[in-house]
Structures are given as structure tokens and as C-alpha cells.
Design a protein around this ligand. Structure first.
Ligand code: ADP
Length: 476
């Protein structure tokens, strides 16, 4: 696995090396350019002055073959005069066709300028070339027409060694290399320090996480990170701890409730059996005792079944296999199945269905949901009442409403109806055989279908539980 710290180091190093390379290239290139311009401008300045002198005093070329020392330099400064005299030792004077007319005493034989460059000078241009030789530093040479226009009388060539420029450039390169080396070393050490500093907050987080071996998760992480970017991580971590604690408490309460719910029928069972065994009984008495016990066993079976369903569903919506579903046949089948039960209770059960589009659903789970709603409706509606199942479309959803004419639910109970083991009237409802988990299962299944379930109830008039399921769009 990759190390974040070495990733920081490598990235910082790559960035520094990249920037240094660009910096070095730019500085070197800029310095070289400036140096070349300086050398060229000095060279052409000298050549032009000498060219002008020769053009003004052509007899200078006849007086001496090797020296031009008798310049009439007028008011030129001593320093300038010295420079001009020195420079004159290195000049060549050619005729416009390139034949040598005169050369300075210190002129070294160099390759002639190319015909192309010569043609340019003949046209009145100033041309530069660099002459390379094996054992010497290169030489910069300028060829200028004298006078400076087309059809010159002479061509003057002056040169200067590039030794100084080369040495200056080499020194600069060395300086840049040393600077780069030091910067890279500092970047390496600095990135290591930054990496350690940046990860210190994460280290605290992970060691806290390691110390949390189990509930309770009440101790929040007190981390005062120097960098604001770590605040969200700290908050998220503490948020997670809070959620874990809440979850843990919910689970504990759930187990408490479940154990309590189981204890009641088990206590009744135990009591019944003990009382029955106290003395000899008639067959009729044994039969009654067994029937009472069977009721309690049924309650336990129902409770266990509900708990198993919830265990599958709670927080895990992948427990449903969602496929495109037609709801009408499912509803019709359910109504047919429950008709007998409803008739038994003298309740009129009917279905009023509009044509609706398909939804994404798990047929078995949706049946379970609807059975729970219908079972409640039939259970909490007195004989002679009605239960109507209505299906239609409501705001991009398929709405299935289970409407009964039962005794209704008081407003104070409505917000808690979908809580676990919540009953509006425990003693009465326990007798009616409910587990207090039916509506919680309804809520979980609806959520797993990306749907919702709501309740509307009026005491004395009845209740309506409405399930909304999103319509499956773009179905062929
Ligand atoms: P139970 O298995 O006890 O019915 P539910 O979770 O299904 O548990 O329902 C919770 C409580 O909501 C019930 O105990 C009952 O008091 C109330 N309830 C549910 N449906 C209806 C209804 N159609 N009419 C009146 N009360 C209802």
C-alpha cells in the first residue's frame, strides 16, 4: 500500500525539481542572451568607430600594414583611444568583393565568412558569426560595410574572444547547480517535516479510534488541530461516535423490549403449566390449559417472525430484490386471501383500483407490508365496518391507501405509531394478538422501496394508512 507521507515527499520534490529546472533554464538562457547582446553591441560599436575612421581617413591603410596608430581621434577620451587602438590590432579590412586589403598586427587566420554572409554585407547589412576552433574558446566576429549603406568602399571585420562569456556562463551554471542542490535537500527535509506535521492529526484520530474497543462511544474526540482542514474530519469522527452510541442505545432498548415482550407469554406459559401440574385434572381442564398455552406459543412465534424480518431489514435496504412490478394483481390476490378473515369479522373488504404504471418492488416484501396494514385495519375495525383499499396516482407516485371505519387513533399516538413495540392501548392490543412491530416493518419495507407510509386518523371515524411508491419511469 502506498504511503501518504512518501507521496507528499515525492510530490513536493517533483514540484521543486520541476520549478528549479524551469528557473535554471530561464536564468541561464536570459543571462546568455544578455551577455551575447552586450558582446555584440560592444563589438559593433568598435567596428563602426574604426570603420568611420578608415572611411574618413583612407590613407591610414597605406601608412602602415600592421598598425593604425595615427588616428585623428579628436576629442575622444584616453580610455576610448586605448580601446580603439587595441581593437585595431584585431581587424581585417576587405574590399567589397572580399579580397584582403589590410589586417591588424594580432589578427589570427580564421576561416573566411561564407558567401551568403558576404553578400549580405555587400548589401549594406551588419552580420555576425561565431568562429569555433579546436583548442581555443570561440570567437565572435562582426562584418560591417564601410560606409554603412549599399555599395560600400570596404568591409571591416572585427572580432572578440568569447572566453569571458563562456567563463561567466560556466560560473553561473555552477552557482545554479549548487543552489538547486541545496534547495532540493531542503525540500526533501521540509517535505518530511510537513508530512509528519500534516499526519499528526490523523495519528491522533487513529489512535483514538484504536482505543475505542466497544460501547459506550460517549467520549468525543477532543482534537484541536492546528489546521482547519482537519476540523471536518474531527467533526465527522465525533458525529460517527454519536451515531454509533445512538445506534447502540437503540439496539439495547430493542433487545430490552423484545425480551420483555417474550417474557410475558413465557411467564403465562410457565404459570399455566405449573398450575395445571399441581393436581390431577380432567381431560377438559387439560385441554383448556393446552389451548391457553397454544395461544402464548402462537404469540411467541409471531413475535419471533417479526423480529427475524426486522433483523433482515434494519438499515439494510439491499435485503429487497427490486424488479418492475404490476401492483394490481398483487392487491387483488391479497384481497381474495383476506376476504374470509374479513367476513369472519363481519367486515366488508373492497378494492377500488385505478390503472397505475409499474413500480420497482419486491413482490413478497410488498405483500408483507400490505398484509400488515390490512391485518391492522381488520383487527381494529368493529363488526359491521368497512375496509377499502384504494390504488391511484399521486404526484409521480403510486398511492395505495388502506382505509378503515374503525375506532381511529388519538392524535397523541400518531407520531409514535411506527416506533418499535408501540401500542395505543397495550392491554387491549396485547389481547388482540399484535406484536407492536407490524408498522415498524411496514416503514422499513417502504423505505427499502424508496417509498413512504403516512397515517391519517380520526377518532370514531377510522384511519387511513397511505403507502407511496415512486413510479418506475422509462419502462418499455
Ligand atoms: P400491532 O402488531 O400491535 O398491531 P402495529 O405496529 O401494527 O402493532 O401497530 C401499532 C399500534 O398502532 C397498534 O397497537 C394499534 O394500537 C395502532 N394501530 C395500527 N393500525 C391501526 C388501525 N388501522 N386502527 C387503529 N389503530 C391502529
Amino acid at each position: 500500500m502506498k504511503s501518504f507521507r512518501s507521496q507528499i515527499r515525492h510530490s513536493a520534490l517533483a514540484l521543486v525539481i520541476g520549478l528549479l529546472t524551469v528557473f535554471t533554464v530561464l536564468v541561464y538562457w536570459g543571462f546568455e542572451r544578455a551577455l551575447n547582446q552586450y558582446v555584440d553591441s560592444r563589438l559593433v560599436d568598435l567596428a563602426r568607430t574604426l570603420g568611420k575612421l578608415i572611411d574618413d581617413q583612407p590613407n591610414l591603410l597605406q601608412t602602415s600594414q600592421q598598425e593604425i596608430s595615427n588616428f585623428d581621434l579628436g576629442k575622444t577620451s584616453k580610455e576610448r583611444q586605448r580601446t580603439l587602438r587595441e581593437a585595431s590590432h584585431f581587424i581585417l579590412v576587405l574590399s567589397p568583393d572580399g579580397t584582403l586589403i589590410w589586417k591588424g598586427s594580432a589578427v589570427i587566420d580564421r576561416p573566411l565568412i561564407t558567401d551568403i554572409l558576404l553578400a549580405k554585407v555587400q548589401e549594406g547589412q551588419v552580420v555576425y558569426d561565431t568562429v569555433h576552433s579546436l583548442n581555443e574558446p570561440p570567437v565572435r566576429r562582426v562584418s560591417i560595410p564601410v560606409p554603412e549603406h549599399k555599395g560600400p568602399h570596404y568591409i571591416l571585420q572585427a572580432e572578440t574572444s568569447l572566453r569571458f562569456s563562456q567563463e561567466a556562463l560556466s560560473s553561473l551554471l555552477l552557482l545554479l547547480a549548487v543552489f538547486s542542490g541545496i534547495t532540493i535537500a531542503l525540500a526533501w527535509l521540509g517535505s518530511n517535516w510537513i508530512g509528519r506535521k500534516a499526519l499528526s492529526s490523523v495519528k491522533i484520530l487513529s489512535s483514538t479510534a484504536e482505543n475505542i474497543s466497544g460501547p459506550p462511544f460517549r467520549t468525543p474526540l477532543i482534537l484541536n488541530p492546528p489546521y482547519q482542514e482537519f476540523m471536518p474530519l474531527t467533526k465527522a469522527f465525533n458525529g460517527m461516535l454519536e451515531r454509533l452510541q445512538k445506534n447502540f442505545e437503540e439496539q439495547r432498548h430493542f433487545v430490552d423490549y423484545a425480551a420483555h415482550e417474550m417474557r410475558t407469554p413465557l411467564t403465562v406459559l410457565q404459570g399455566n403449566i405449573e398450575v395445571t401440574l399441581q393436581k390431577a385434572r380432567t381431560v377438559e381442564e387439560y385441554r383448556d390449559a393446552l389451548l391457553t398455552n397454544l395461544e402464548q406459543v402462537e404469540r411467541l412465534v409471531m413475535l419471533t417472525r417479526s423480529l427475524l424480518i426486522l433483523a433482515k431489514f434494519s438499515g439494510d435496504h439491499s435485503a429487497v430484490q427490486l424488479v418492475p412490478l404490476e401492483l394490481e394483481p398483487i392487491l387483488q390476490d391479497l384481497i381474495n386471501d383476506l376476504m374470509v378473515l374479513a367476513e369472519d369479522q363481519q367486515i366488508l373488504l373492497t378494492l377500488e383500483s385505478q390503472p397505475v404504471p409499474s413500480v420497482l418492488g419486491d413482490a413478497d416484501r410488498l405483500k408483507q407490508l400490505l398484509i400488515n396494514l390490512l391485518d391492522n385495519a381488520i383487527r381494529y375495525t368493529p363488526p359491521g365496518g368497512t375496509v377499502v383499499v384504494r390504488m391511484d396516482i399521486k404526484e409521480q407516485n403510486v398511492a395505495i391507501a388502506v382505509e378503515d371505519s374503525g375506532h381511529g387513533i388519538e392524535p397523541k399516538h400518531l407520531p409514535h405509531l411506527f416506533d418499535r413495540f408501540y401500542r395505543t392501548d397495550s392491554s387491549r392490543v396485547r389481547n388482540s394478538g399484535g406484536t407492536g412491530l407490524g408498522l415498524l416493518i411496514v416503514k422499513e419495507i417502504a423505505a427499502a422501496h424508496h417509498g413512504t407510509v403516512t397515517v391519517h386518523s380520526e377518532v370514531g371515524k377510522g384511519s387511513v394508512f397511505t403507502l407511496l411508491l415512486p413510479i418506475l419511469k422509462d419502462l418499455p
